[in-house]
Design a protein around this ligand. Structure first.
Ligand code: FMN
Length: 400
């Protein structure tokens, strides 16, 4: 069941040339039955007026922290607590920097700190501002903290440059907002088990063989399962980002540890998803003392690790769904089809690695679904959160 009607969104509008498009965002949200509280920064008010937002939403626009009438209930705290979603559209480079730093020098930035609602930013700015390392670092910080992003799109910007920085289309921002607002419980009562991150296979007590998995995809899958009401267990190898709040995390280092934990827990799970970039090989005899340089070359013998998904697939119980991620540099569909039958899986998510906008560490992904019926669906470049959403739409359809 999904319900967004009667939910409350704070719509933060900041000083971008795209601020006028926020009127359409507000209008579309109101049409979806959402209560919208518009908040305009001082810069935004130089570009659009509060009256438009008040007319569209039927609610008073917040324009100043110390406005009379704002403080009987300490309104920014009350609104922060009430909100089901905090949307900033458009989001300037400035507001992203302030939010990343935790600055609170106006109503919008203060309320961003006070809220525990999901936060969705729709960045809009000049291409150089967007690509600047400071802006990229701020986006990475906010993203690691669990903030959501929609866009920006690429194209010709108001400043006549061509590139990334144009605010996403209002309809797209509203769709994304609706998804974050959804009170979906289609996985309630279900247990989702997933492996995530990479592995560290020891060479000696201080060195290991590893891979570049960041854990971002696995944790996006965990977050989506939690949002749909599932009990979520994550067997997590080393990762760069923190797991979402609410799931049970079993930390492991090696593929063998990951496999042992998976085989132990899988029988009690309704859905098992192998997102981890599992190490195929380990050092046969890791050294017990730190190896010192001794003037000779060093040869390590590698031995195969267990195939976790194949082992889980072999003991698969009736009605259980098993899904595998396949990180590939080429032949995505062929590799996915082979994996599907070999490991007794319901679905394979083949994802492209080795390119800048998809794969390890990236926030976006290019993926193809290949299912047990042979159907192949290629998805457009999208965020890992969006891929997780589509994945669970398919999983819940199979479960139903
Ligand atoms: C006409 C005009 C358009 C602007 N468009 C943008 C923009 O699209 N993105 C951006 O980050 N800043 C833009 N700026 C600069 C911001 O308004 C400025 O950085 C301001 O301090 C942002 O304040 P705020 O984040 O509190 O709204 C623009 C400024 C002007 C005068």
């Amino acid at each position: 069941m999904t319900t967004t009607s009667g939910k409350e969104i704070i719509l933060g509008v900041t000083g971008s040339i795209a601020a006028y498009k926020a009127c359409e965002v507000a209008s579309l949200l109101v049409k979806r039955g959402v209560r919208v509280t518009p908040v305009l920064t001082c810069s935004a008010q130089k570009l659009v007026g509060p009256a438009s937002f008040e007319g569209i939403t039927g609610n008073q626009a917040v324009t100043d922290m110390f406005d009379s009438g704002q403080n009987q209930e300490i309104e920014h705290i009350a609104a922060a607590t009430r909100a089901d979603l905090f949307l900033v559209a458009p989001a300037t480079a400035n507001v992203l920097a302030k939010a990343a730093q935790g600055l609170a020098d106006d109503w919008l930035s203060t309320t961003l700190l006070a809220t525990r609602a999901p936060i969705l930013f729709a960045p809009a700015m000049n291409t150089n501002m967007y690509g600047h390392p400071a802006t990229q670092a701020n986006i990475a910080t906010l993203s690691d903290r669990g903030c959501h992003f929609v866009g920006p799109d690429s194209g010709t910007l108001a400043c006549k440059t061509v590139g990334a920085g144009r605010m996403s289309e209002p309809a797209c921002i509203v769709e994304r907002s609706m998804r974050l607002l959804e009170n979906s419980d289609d996985l309630k009562g279900r247990h989702v088990l997933l492996t995530s991150g990479g592995n560290h296979e020891p060479i000696d007590p201080v060195r290991y063989i590893g891979n570049s998995s960041s854990g971002k995809m696995g944790f996006a899958v965990a977050e989506e399962a939690l949002r749909r009401g599932a009990k979520v267990t994550v067997i997590s190898g080393p990762a760069e980002v923190a797991p979402p709040v609410g799931c049970k995390v079993i930390p492991v280092q090696t593929a063998q540890e990951m496999c042992d934990a998976a085989l132990l827990i899988a029988p009690g799970a309704d859905v098992v998803i192998g997102v981890a970039a599992v190490a195929d090989y380990r050092v046969e005899h890791p050294m017990t003392e730190k190896h010192k340089r001794n003037g000779n070359d060093l040869t390590l013998t590698l031995t195969q690790n267990p195939d976790i998904l194949a082992a889980v697939g072999a003991q698969k119980k009736n009605g259980q769904i098993t899904v595998g991620f396949a990180a590939e540099t080429g032949d995505l569909v062929e590799n996915a089809q082979a994996k599907l039958s070999k490991k007794n899986l319901n679905l394979v998510v083949a994802n492209q690695v080795g390119v800048s906008d998809s794969g390890f560490g990236s926030d976006t992904v290019r993926a193809i679904f290949v299912d047990a019926s042979g159907a192949v669906e290629e998805l457009s470049l999208q965020s890992k959160g969006d891929l997780a959403h589509s994945l669970f739409d398919r999983i819940t359809a199979i479960l139903a």
